[in-house]
Ligand binder design. Structure first.
Ligand SMILES: Cc1cc2nc3c(=O)[nH]c(=O)nc-3n(C[C@H](O)[C@H](O)[C@H](O)COP(=O)(O)OP(=O)(O)OC[C@H]3O[C@@H](n4cnc5c(N)ncnc54)[C@H](O)[C@@H]3O)c2cc1C
Length: 468
């Protein structure tokens, strides 16, 4: 396992802090090893790192209490949503308290006529969409995992729908945040646009819990489209699949989803989800709109695909079939690990301007062809964003070095194309050097903001920046 960076351990909680926690929170605080372990482990290649205690917040008042207590007793505080982040963001690497937000799971107000909703931060995206369905509305940001809205805002998550509907950056209208000095602030009202001062909403979106604790989120919603049509199309070459998406976007086709899975990923998906798609580079596509609009989009993309070596579209217009198709896509990460039982996953995440995408994926594929570790490629290619997932042997250090080197080359390749080291997974523990390579002195400015808002380095230490 990759070593987590070593920060001075918290040394456990003082007796006074424990008494204050127990006295106010009762069974909302836990010191049990199993609970601490669940909050100190991640889905990916970072070593576990346990908190001293886990608090299950049930209200903004609970959060304010915990923040003030941590400030008074110099305890580190790391928010925890669903724990699905990929770069070790929720790991409490300096101990202290893991603040579990999952019990703050109420949908507070649906404003159907305004197409917005206000939720507590622990609501998950699936629960939200179940709540909204009867009103003909949906929340489109879909990272696959059933993450919390607070966690998704904090990692600036996106996923399969972002090409059409945007990421959490576009989806969040306003936040309620508890700051390091225990203040309870709102960053904006519900208006669709505002020129009122600094854009604090955008500051907290993507801050990975290093600046404050989000307790409520107001989100934009969209009407459920009349027609949703999904299709799968195999290609002779990886380049042909990537070019199909690029040309469709350049022609202005409003694709709702455009996901690329390489031949290795398709082999893994077929095995994991008991499917029998041809094992070649494949696009999973989705079109939203009226019947006429969808027909037009499909015909344009069909022609572009055929010109780039694509086969016939295999359609899924029934809801059940579509769900099966996208479930298979969303389980691509686990499907890759399934290629090698007992393996540990390492998911990379670069994003480049769409015009450089075909080049970036093809060069990466050549790099992978020479690698000894099983790896697959999948990506939200409509945004220029793709992932390589490696299935590593946890007991083979040489493999870890090899993958680290491939990842470093991949990030350098993306940066050389004016892309980014992370399209959606964030910085966490894994991309701190890459962030400096990408943005240079701008990272110093970010750090100044961190110090201004959290002078004691209480919130989520060790993340985003090398120094706390
Ligand atoms: C199989 C799989 C597929 C994935 N696919 C995608 C994808 O396609 N796109 C994508 O963007 N991501 C993807 N992810 C990553 C993950 O789902 C996202 O990072 C998600 O946004 C994390 O949400 P969470 O609720 O699990 O947050 P956590 O992992 O619990 O926390 C993430 C970060 O947010 C902070 N945080 C959590 N809640 C709050 C709060 N209320 N206030 C302040 N800070 C908070 C935490 O401290 C931490 O720094 C995938 C993950 C898996 C396992």
């Amino acid at each position: 396992m990759k070593e987590v960076k070593s920060l001075p351990p918290s040394g456990g909680l003082s007796r006074a802090a424990r008494e204050a926690l127990d006295g106010t929170l009762g069974d909302r605080v836990s010191y049990a090893e199993a609970i601490r372990s669940q909050h100190g482990s991640s889905e990916t290649h970072f070593a576990p790192s346990l908190p001293d205690a886990v608090v299950f917040a049930e209200s903004t008042e609970d959060v304010i209490f915990v923040v003030r207590l941590c400030a008074a007793h110099d305890i580190k505080l790391t928010a925890f949503g669903a724990g699905t982040s990929i770069e070790g963001q929720a790991l409490p690497v300096a101990g202290g308290i893991s603040l579990d937000m999952s019990r703050m799971n109420r949908v507070l107000a649906v404003n159907a006529e305004d197409f917005d909703v206000t939720v507590e931060a622990g609501v998950t995206r699936v629960a939200l969409n179940n709540h909204l369905r009867d009103q003909g509305l949906f929340f489109p940001v879909d990272p696959g995992a059933d993450a919390t809205i607070g966690g998704m805002a904090s990692t600036r998550a996106s996923g399969t729908n972002a090409v059409r509907y945007g990421t959490m950056r576009e989806a969040v209208l306003s936040l309620r945040v508890v700051t390091a000095d225990g203040r309870d602030i709102r960053t904006a009202r519900r208006a669709r646009k505002s020129a009122a001062g600094y854009d604090l909403t955008r500051l907290f979106v993507g801050a990975e819990g290093t600046l404050g604790i989000i307790t409520e989120v107001t989100l934009r919603l969209h009407p459920i489209p009349d027609i949703i049509a999904s299709a799968v199309c195999g290609f002779e070459t990886l380049d042909g699949a990537a070019r199909t998406v690029i040309e469709a976007i350049q022609l202005g086709v409003p694709l709702a989803r455009a996901e690329l899975l390489d031949d290795a990923q398709m082999r893994a998906v077929n095995r994991w989800s008991t499917l029998d798609y041809p094992e070649k580079t494949t696009l999973f596509l989705e079109f939203h709109g009226s019947q006429a609009a969808v027909d037009e989009q499909v015909s344009m993309v069909g022609e572009i695909a055929a010109a780039n070596g694509g086969g016939a579209f295999a359609w899924s217009s029934q809801a059940e079939e579509r769900t099966r198709l996208w479930k298979a896509r969303h389980e691509a990460y686990y499907a890759t690990l399934g290629l090698r039982p007992g393996s540990v996953g390492w998911a990379t995440d670069v994003c480049v301007p769409i015009g450089r995408l075909a080049d970036c994926i093809s060069q990466t594929k050549r790099d992978l062809d020479a690698a000894s570790v099983p790896a697959t490629i999948c990506g939200h290619v409509g945004d220029g964003n793709f992932h390589v997932v490696f299935a590593l042997d946890p007991d083979a250090p040489a493999e870890w070095e090899e993958v680290e080197a491939i990842n470093t080359r991949l990030v350098a390749r993306a940066l050389s194309m004016d892309g980014t080291c992370t399209g959606e997974h964030g910085i966490g523990l894994g991309k701190q050097e890459a962030l400096v390579d990408e943005l240079g002195e701008a990272v110093d400015v970010m750090y100044q903001i961190k110090r201004a808002l959290d002078p004691r380095g209480m919130f989520n230490p060790g993340k985003i920046f090398k120094s706390n």
